[in-house]
Design a protein around this ligand. Structure first.
Ligand code: IPD
Ligand code: CA
Ligand code: CA
Ligand code: CA
Length: 281
């Protein structure tokens, strides 16, 4: 019988190999004319490459791990269930940052996470255009291109922080008003050094893990945006919570990822919460 260690090594090496193959397809299509369609609204884009890459990732994973469960953004868009059980489940975003991909902005990533008992065990996020490979294994650390990630000297307050926020695809005026209000409140009250939006939830979280950002928050990300990257943050010594500052909830559609707890405690009372629908309802 294989040990738990052997299994996890097999999981992570397989995920890296598949992410690499997926990344090569994304690289090949990056400068080409894309076939773009929309999903929920005019700003919610999907390309033929998103669909192709998810198909290839799932066919490889299913061959290797036939007894496991699978959740992927484009499969869920096609009507498949996003319900998460306790079983080993591969949660995949074939392209995180589809709008960037369409516009040839390099912040695009493949995200592959293995979740067991509803907790991430393995996370691989590969940004093929930037050539950055992030890998995390529960209790074994997080790595960027083979270098161990460890958050050191986190900021003493939000006023010393570079933070990120994402608008998402929703253009409902009430939602936009609440998001704008939050940004204004944070800028005025905390005088943060900057507010970034990369257009990739997974890469924002990876950037918290590698200390390029001190905090990222959003209402709207899905389990496939966070399944791999939440582990990156945690294994680098950072923290993930909901936008209420409660325990991280993979299916809960809200996130704060941060280098340290004190800036989470600082930002939470400033936030006006925005209603979001869970991934599992
Ligand atoms: C989206 C991106 C975006 C974030 C959304 C995600 P997609 O993923 O990560 O930055 O604001 O919440 O859904 O659709 O490009 O895979
Ligand atoms: Ca999408
Ligand atoms: Ca995504
Ligand atoms: Ca996607």
């Amino acid at each position: 019988l294989a040990s738990k260690q052997d299994c996890r090594l097999h999981y992570v090496l397989t995920a890296i190999n598949i992410a690499n193959n997926a990344g090569n397809i994304i690289k090949d299509c990056y400068h080409q004319v894309k076939t773009v369609s929309t999903k929920d609204c005019a700003t919610d884009l999907v390309t033929d490459t998103d669909k192709l890459v998810e198909k290839l990732i799932f066919s490889s994973l299913k061959t290797e791990f036939p007894s496991h469960k699978f959740i992927g953004e484009e499969s869920v868009s096609n009507g498949e269930s996003s319900e998460l059980s306790l079983e080993p489940t591969w949660i995949v975003d074939p392209i995180d940052g589809t709008t960037n991909f369409v516009h040839r902005n390099p912040y695009v990533a493949v995200s592959i996470g293995l979740v067991i008992n509803k907790k991430s065990e393995v996370g691989v996020v590969y940004a093929p255009i930037l050539n950055d490979l992030y890998v995390a294994v529960k209790n074994e650390g997080a790595y960027l291109n083979g270098q161990r990630l460890k958050i050191v000297n986190p900021p003493s307050s939000l006023s010393n922080s570079l933070i990120a926020f994402e608008w998402g695809a929703d253009r409902d005026s009430d939602v936009l008003a609440l998001k704008s209000r939050n940004l204004l409140d944070i800028m005025q009250k905390h005088q943060v050094r900057g507010m970034r939006s990369t257009g990739s939830a997974a890469l924002n979280m990876c950037m918290v893990a590698c200390s390029s950002l001190d905090l990222y928050f959003e209402w709207g990300p899905h389990c496939w945006d966070m399944a791999a990257s939440n582990l990156m943050v945690e294994e680098a010594g950072g923290f993930n919570t909901t936008t209420l500052g409660c325990d991280f909830d993979l299916m809960g559609r809200t996130i704060i990822s941060a280098a340290c707890k004190n800036i989470i405690e600082e930002i939470v009372p400033t936030l006006t919460q925005i209603p979001t629908r869970r991934d599992d309802e």
